[in-house]
Design a protein around this ligand. Sequence first.
Ligand SMILES: [Zn+2]
Length: 269
Amino acid sequence: MPGLQIQTTALDPINEAGGMTHGLFAQLPLGDTLVLCLPIFLVGVSVGSFLNVCIARWPLALSVVSPRSRCPRCERPIASRENIPLVSWLMLRGKCAGCALPISVQYPLVELLVGLAWVAAYLAFGVSFEALRVALFATVLFGIAITDAKHYLIPDGFTVSGLIMVLLCATVNLFLGETSHFAPLWPAVLGACVGAERSLLTIVMGAFVGSVTFLLFVAPIAKVRARRRGEAFAFPEVPFGVFLAPAALLTLLWGDALIAWYLLRTFPS
Ligand SMILES: [Zn+2]
């Protein structure tokens, strides 16, 4: 029954860019597609939970493996049942079970958003290696954006693991032979992870959106606050990673189309 086939074109940047097979996805009826959303969401929230550990520990140069997480105030070790993504924060009502120290809403929010990102990657790319690559890439970029916003730094953990991930995925895809938004292995090894034009596009887009946001919104707010407190105004530092990360993802998915559009506008012939 063709009516049960899921319509993929609305969410499908690849087909617009020029054709790619969808693995199993094209044949899956809508019901089967939706059934897989829940387990993929659960994997995503678990990855998000680990991402929270990376965001908390890498800026302090701490291991993400050991020791166990503890409450920073009462040092109570966090039990496994208090470590269930999304659920535990809601059950604890956002407070430490020992001393009622508030637990940041960042934890469930990151878990939720990574879970949704993984489902979105699956809905856009189906059951494919490409979906996994896009989901992992988005997760690392998300971690970079949050850490940069909080600490004004991008820990080596993210850049090194991101680079290893890109190279590993490119190697695996050499054998799978899937059409991909990512660069093939050798260009990736040469450091042009998403190609020279696309790197430039990421930087231009990230810098532009970052500058506009800070000039129009963040700086004026900081100025008003400084005046209220009677302090001298200093232009706030710009965590460019916050803007470069989404720019990198947009570039990966739609960069070629955007560059083609720009070139056509600039050099009409
Ligand atoms: Zn506590």
